[in-house]
Design a protein around this ligand. Structure first.
Ligand code: ATP
Length: 301
């Protein structure tokens, strides 16, 4: 009898770690430099083409041994500490897949704003899977981890190998972009959250041209400007409900940004700068305007 490759022998492999030293992993945020919605699948998921870049704003996951059960402690920005947390769900999926009975203490230090378009929950889930796979001596292959990741959320596979990528399908097909420009970003996080589901519910699909080819052709050029790529189909939906998004974009442009865009389903907005000095000076210019929390970041990894 043949078994599907995804489950081959996993249960037969030894997940070794009777006890282990605590392990800490950084979970980066992401920015969507471009996000085009290209279709809707019968199961309700939207198909998209997106450029995703991991950036130097991090949550942190620390996993240490416990006698039994999964114990999650959250510090920093408030997030649910129960079984709805993606960290908990990722740990549960990993342990049950490998029939591991060992208990875990997990501490999630939350610095990435929540429901902000920065992908923090997905990144935490990926960091949890990768940390557990390390602790238990790599019982799961990359492919098996990716399969587990996409069941936790469409953006989770991206964070398993966080580097600039073109993401297609529902976000889980990833093509690395090896020559991503060394841009700096000023990220403004307004103090309110936006539900991704609400934004997609209010999005009206238009006919779109093939975007993956456009991206790859633009990136092939020796020189391109941020404005050649910065576009987010979800921005109009979120900005209609929260006009401050337009205000933040205008302020970032007035402070010298070469382009400004909302990331994901928002409400975070980022400006693109050619250097850290220019990004920091823009931050100083907009700081007094009370637009939200401001981070100066660059590509991670
Ligand atoms: P995306 O860009 O993928 O839409 P996001 O940054 O907008 O993500 P998240 O911060 O990942 O959104 O959180 C979305 C929802 O998920 C929140 O309402 C939150 O309650 C829930 N959630 C569950 N686990 C976590 C986690 N570890 N960190 C943040 N949010 C979490």
């Amino acid at each position: 009898m043949t078994r599907p490759p995804d489950v081959t022998a996993v249960g037969e492999r030894k997940a070794r770690a009777s006890t282990f030293s605590p392990l800490t992993t950084k979970a980066p945020a992401k920015l969507n430099i471009r996000l085009k919605i290209t279709g809707r699948r019968p199961d309700g998921y939207h198909e998209l083409v997106s450029i995703m870049v991991p950036v130097t704003l991090f949550d942190e996951i620390r996993i240490s041994p416990a006698a039994e059960g999964i114990h999650l402690e959250t510090v920093g920005i408030p997030v649910p500490g129960d079984e709805t947390n993606l960290v908990f769900r990722a740990a549960e999926a990993f342990l049950s897949r490998l029939a591991i009975r060992r208990g875990l203490f997990i501490r999630l230090s939350k610095r990435i704003p929540v429901a902000a378009g920065l992908g923090g929950g997905s990144s935490d889930a990926a960091a949890t899977l990768m940390t557990l796979n390390r602790i238990f001596s790599h019982p799961l292959s990359r492919r098996e981890l990716a399969g587990m990741a996409v069941r936790l959320g469409a953006d989770v596979p991206f964070f398993l190998n966080a580097r600039p990528c073109v993401a297609t399908s529902i976000g889980e097909i990833l093509e690395p972009l090896n020559r991503w420009p060394p841009w700096w970003y000023v990220v403004v996080a307004p103090s309110f959250a936006v539900s991704t589901a609400w934004v997609y519910d209010h999005f009206k699909l238009k006919l779109t041209s093939p975007d993956r080819e456009y991206i790859l052709n633009t990136l092939k050029k020796g020189h391109f400007e941020p404005r050649d790529l910065l576009e987010n189909d979800l921005e109009a939906v979120t900005a209609k409900r929260f006009p401050v998004i337009e205000t933040i974009k205008e302020q970032l442009m007035a402070a010298g940004a070469e382009g400004a865009l909302m990331t994901g389903s928002g409400p975070c907005v980022f400006g693109v700068f050619p250097s850290e000095t220019k990004a920091s000076s823009a931050r100083a210019k907009i700081e007094s305007q009370d637009l939200g929390t401001i981070f100066v970041v660059t590509q991670h990894g």
